[in-house]
Write a protein that binds this ligand. Structure first.
Ligand SMILES: N[C@@H](CCC(=O)N[C@@H](CS)C(=O)NCC(=O)O)C(=O)O
Length: 229
């Protein structure tokens, strides 16, 4: 039996959200961890644009956008109803995700890597990103998750980017007036699902034995309170 192949990079927020949906929907894949500066030829042959994640299905179809991988997985199996939120709709979730990918991500990149954009520092972009995070704070002050009473697509498509923003300067982040964002982020970081998608893998090499993903529960198990770097 052949399985889809997922090219992934552990710390990439796009790859992270693809792995979250694949794990939540219990779709078994062969995971190929990559190093961004040394992308495998097999990955580039399938997806010349050269970003991760990339999912290659057994029939040869290539899915090369993280959100499309999430939707592919959840449309096959959605046991936690990520596509059917209680307080919103799929269309509204996609609108919020779009704002994260364009507006928030733009400021996140300039805050985290100002030198890449010829900026002296990224503080102005931290402020602009923080304004958008305050809109999430308002939502999360009314409902436990971004789209209602249970965790859904919008939460899992957005939260890896918020984690990256938070960990750029966590001491600053946790001092800000967004207790609900903090609670939402911390709960996710303590979740079994997060632990399952953050296992470390050696970079894939042509010809090696397949590494199956998601890992069995006990492999990803960790002591409560243990931080995942
Ligand atoms: N729109 C793409 C963006 C993916 C993306 O930009 N991934 C980054 C890593 S976080 C990447 O692969 N960059 C290529 C590189 O740095 O060479 C998606 O949603 O999958």
């Amino acid at each position: 039996m052949s399985y889809p192949v997922l090219y992934s990079f552990r710390r990439c927020p796009y790859a992270m959200r693809a792995r979250l949906a694949i794990a939540a929907s219990a779709q078994t894949c062969q995971l190929r961890e990559i190093v961004l500066r040394n992308k495998p030829a097999a990955m580039l042959a399938a997806s010349p644009k050269g970003t991760v994640p990339v999912l290659i299905l057994p029939d040869g179809q290539v899915i090369e956008q993280s959100l499309d991988i999430m939707l592919w997985a959840l449309r096959r199996n959605d046991p936690q109803a990520w596509l059917a939120p209680t307080g919103s709709s799929l269309a509204s979730m996609l609108t919020l995700i779009e704002a994260c990918e364009t507006h928030f991500k733009c400021h996140l990149d300039r805050y985290k890597y100002p030198q890449r954009f010829d900026l002296e520092d990224g503080l102005q972009h931290r402020e602009l990103a923080a304004e958008w995070l305050m809109t999430l704070e308002q939502i999360l002050s009314c409902t436990p998750y971004l789209s209602g009473t249970h965790c859904a697509l919008a939460d899992m498509a957005i939260i890896p980017f918020v984690r990256q923003f938070a960990h750029t300067d966590f001491a600053w982040f946790e001092m800000q007036a967004w207790p609900h964002v903090l609670r939402w982020l911390e709960n996710w970081k303590q979740s079994d699902l997060f632990a399952r998608v953050m296992n470390k893998y050696a970079p894939w090499e042509e010809g090696q034995a397949a590494v199956m993903f998601p890992p069995p529960m006990q492999v990803a198990h960790r002591q409560p309170g243990t931080a995942i770097p």
